[in-house]
Unconditional design. Structure first.
Length: 394
């Protein structure tokens, strides 16, 4: 474990010269190597053509798979490139064929888009969505989950880090239960990839979806999907094309044997190459080092927010990450965001749509979300607190 060289990280991030970026859970600032890789690929397409650039940049494109495999501790054959985390999750989830009476177990803090997909498939096939209750800390209750396992449970699907707060659900504990019962386990780690040290063997998930634009600091419109090899052959994606499958006759086809069966032939190739660079860049810093730095900054921010009159920090869980959410009795969340924008500080507002069930259960409507990364500084946090404090007193 080594300390992050914050000065170096900031020197390699052009955007920090212009903005205090505390919206990394939305989309991080790309570092120079990633941005340059993206621009360079697009310039190559401009000058020599799209198909030709795929051929000349084949090594950079293939690097996405090897880098992702190293990031998650799996094989490159278990990785697919998808245009975003939600579509990655969809391509896996919609491959499951449910029957009447089947159960899908999920978390109270499940992401809204995922829940919409579950409801659609439950209605279509007569399956049932069952929410695992939270424990006293606000995270998924592992003991309750274990007691809910029966022969009707066909899938466990949870969000690792919910979009509306700093909670980190106990993903590895869930994996032990799922593996012990032989139940497929789908983990949405959209906010976890690039922020946490992730090892799919240790976690025990069969599927993991992630995005490029958040803590991996890659381009928007990029994402990844991991599917365990033993499960790949059991899942036929709802959408296939000539990249995912091969036409063998006028009435038949064969599906490829690796995770690329979940991909499309047409891709954002520039983003794919740049995402590979972003993953390599994160690995150079070390995910353990990144996680430690983020957690320290987030703890500092929570402490300083809690010291402000009228401010309530709403993050739950035993383990809390770089997403920090709060509300102020005196000022609506959107007004706080406006004050931050005027001060050239980037934050976001969680209105509850992404964490609908959790927000409804807790009586929350709209929160400010400030999310830190390793290139942020305590000086930036102090400036954020100063601007907030002044706005609260107006």
């Amino acid at each position: 474990m080594k300390t992050i060289d914050v000065q170096k990280a900031r020197a390699e991030t052009r955007g920090v010269e212009k903005v205090t970026h505390l919206n990394n859970a939305g989309s991080s600032l790309m570092p120079i190597p990633v941005a340059d890789a993206l621009y360079g690929y697009l310039q190559a397409e401009e000058m020599q053509g799209g198909y030709e650039t795929v051929a000349s940049e084949s090594a950079a494109l293939e690097n996405f798979y090897t880098a992702s495999a190293k990031l998650l501790n799996c094989s490159a054959a278990e990785i697919a490139y998808i245009e975003n985390a939600t579509r990655a999750w969809d391509m896996a989830f919609y491959s499951f064929k449910f029957e009447p009476g089947d159960k899908i177990l999920t978390s109270i803090a499940e992401y809204g888009s995922n829940l919409i997909g579950m409801i659609q498939q439950a209605n279509r096939f007569g399956a049932e969505i069952v929410f695992v209750p939270d424990d006293e800390h606000g995270q998924l209750d592992v003991a309750a989950l274990e007691n809910m396992i029966d022969e009707r449970v066909k899938l466990i699907a949870i969000s690792h880090i919910p979009t509306g707060g700093g909670l980190v659900n106990p993903a590895a504990a869930v994996g032990k239960i799922a593996n012990g019962a032989g139940i497929p386990y789908l983990l949405d780690s959209c906010q976890g990839v690039g922020q946490l040290h992730l090892d799919v063997q240790e976690i025990g998930c069969d599927i993991l979806s992630g995005t490029g634009r958040k803590f991996l600091r890659g381009p928007r419109g990029t994402g990844l999907l991991y599917v365990r090899q033993s499960l790949i052959e059991q899942l036929e994606p709802i959408l296939l094309d000539q990249h995912a499958a091969t036409l063998t006759s006028s009435t038949s086809y064969t599906i490829r044997e690796d995770a690329k069966r979940f991909e499309n032939w047409e891709q954002y190739f520039a983003g794919k190459a740049a995402l590979g660079v972003a993953i390599d860049y994160a690995l150079e810093w070390g995910l353990d080092n990144i996680q430690t730095r983020i957690y320290e900054l987030a703890a500092d921010l929570r402490s300083k927010l809690s010291a402000l009159d009228g401010v309530t920090v709403t993050d739950e869980g035993i383990e809390r990450c770089g997403l920090v959410t709060f509300y102020a009795e005196q000022v609506p969340a959107l007004d706080i965001k406006a004050a931050m924008t005027a001060a050239n500080i980037n934050v976001s507002v969680s209105s509850g749509s992404g964490s609908f069930v959790s927000f409804e259960k807790r009586g929350l409507t709209s929160l400010v979300r400030a999310s830190v990364h390793y290139y942020n500084t305590t000086a930036e946090i102090d400036r954020f607190i100063d601007v907030l404090g002044k706005r609260l007193k107006e």
